[in-house]
Design a protein around this ligand. Structure first.
Ligand SMILES: Nc1ncnc2c1ncn2[C@@H]1O[C@H](COP(=O)(O)OP(=O)(O)OP(=O)(O)O)[C@@H](O)[C@H]1O
Ligand SMILES: [Mg+2]
Length: 320
């Protein structure tokens, strides 16, 4: 069930970092406002250097903004340990004590967040199985591959059964099977009533998983909205598949310009610019005795929308 209550609210966040010899401040976040509601999966998108990790660090109090505020669970970030305990966080490049085994590392994490030894043990076993690391439980982390580290980072983030899970690039470094497994874990979290906020470059994962997306470019929000709204708002054309193919004369009789279609085997594929045109063409085709096999609105995918907003953020604005 979707709730409207924001579990995470970011308001007017700005951040500069001093750069170069003169320590000149460079803005990396500019007046960023957005929110994540209870039980949503929200994707945080943006090219390299957009400010995703900086935002996520601020949410986890690993960096501090110059202006703006973050409200978690309806209270300010500085509300402290109680709020922290309700959040799971996987950093972009998780750091581990390499001489520990995966199992020992999770035991340490459990101790640090005040979990009982028995609870830590049972959760560790459950999560190592979930991320596909059961066999590597007793292996020293220095022998782990990049993908195995990423999986351990995810297990660590979920160990204390947090309500809000913040993941910085959870799919990076994973093979296709690993990505599929992580997608499954994120879906399971939602099904268990949790809220997930994650950054990613893999737009197909975001499109398949997220209720909403927030797109960032050069520290500014260029779009925020439900995936189907962002995609749904922009139909490219309506594709009609017609049987049988038509001669130029019959196309003309159906009042369809020849350049609107192309043959695909024994079929004819037409691209109507809008639904009105599609309807007129369908009427003409039926008059000509054709069968319309399908009529499908073709939408932009998230990738196309993302590129468009990045190239021209002011044209479309940041829909909330
Ligand atoms: N500690 C720092 N000191 C100075 N500049 C920084 C620091 N951390 C980040 N930056 C700069 O801030 C900008 C945003 O970086 P950030 O890591 O937030 O981007 P990102 O969206 O996570 O990118 P990526 O997709 O590559 O992970 C970059 O230009 C980066 O160089
Ligand atoms: Mg990053």
């Amino acid at each position: 069930m979707m709730h409207e209550r924001p579990i995470l609210a970011i308001e007017g966040l700005s951040k500069s970092y001093p750069t170069g010899f003169w320590r000149k401040p460079v803005r990396v976040l500019s007046d960023l406002s957005c929110e994540v509601r209870e039980n949503e999966i929200v994707g945080f998108l943006g090219p390299n250097g957009a400010g995703k990790t900086t935002t996520i660090k601020i949410l986890n109090r690993l960096a501090f903004p110059d202006a703006g505020k973050v409200t978690l669970f309806g209270g300010r970030v500085r509300d402290g340990a109680d709020v922290r305990r309700r959040i799971g966080f996987m950093p972009e490049q998780p750091y581990f004590y390499e001489y520990l085994t995966g199992g020992e590392f999770l035991r340490l994490c459990g101790q640090l967040c005040g979990m009982s030894p028995s609870k830590t043990e049972s959760r560790s076993l459950e999560l190592l199985a979930k991320v596909g690391l059961s066999m590597a439980r007793g292996t020293a982390i220095r022998k782990y591959s990049k993908g195995m580290m990423q999986r351990l980072g995810l297990a660590q983030a979920l160990l204390h059964d947090p309500e809000l899970v913040i993941l910085d690039e959870p799919m990076s470094g994973l093979d296709p099977m690993g990505r599929m497994e992580v997608r499954g874990i994120i879906r399971d979290l939602k099904a268990a009533g949790k809220t997930v906020f994650f950054s990613s470059h893999i737009l197909s994962d975001v499109e398949a998983l997220c209720d909403r997306v927030i797109m960032l470019h050069k520290g500014r929000k260029v779009a925020e909205g439900r995936v189907e709204e962002l995609i749904g708002a922009e139909t490219l054309y309506i594709e009609l598949v017609v049987s049988p193919g038509l001669s130029a004369d019959r196309l003309a009789a159906a009042e369809i310009p020849p350049e609107a279609g192309f043959a695909q085997g024994a079929l004819l594929v037409l691209r109507a610019p809008d639904s009105g045109q599609a309807n007129r063409w369908i009427a003409g085709l039926l008059r000509e005795g054709c069968t319309v096999l399908s009529c499908v609105p073709v939408k932009k995918n998230l990738e196309e929308i993302f590129m468009e907003r990045i190239e021209n953020p002011s044209a479309t604005g940041a829909a909330s």
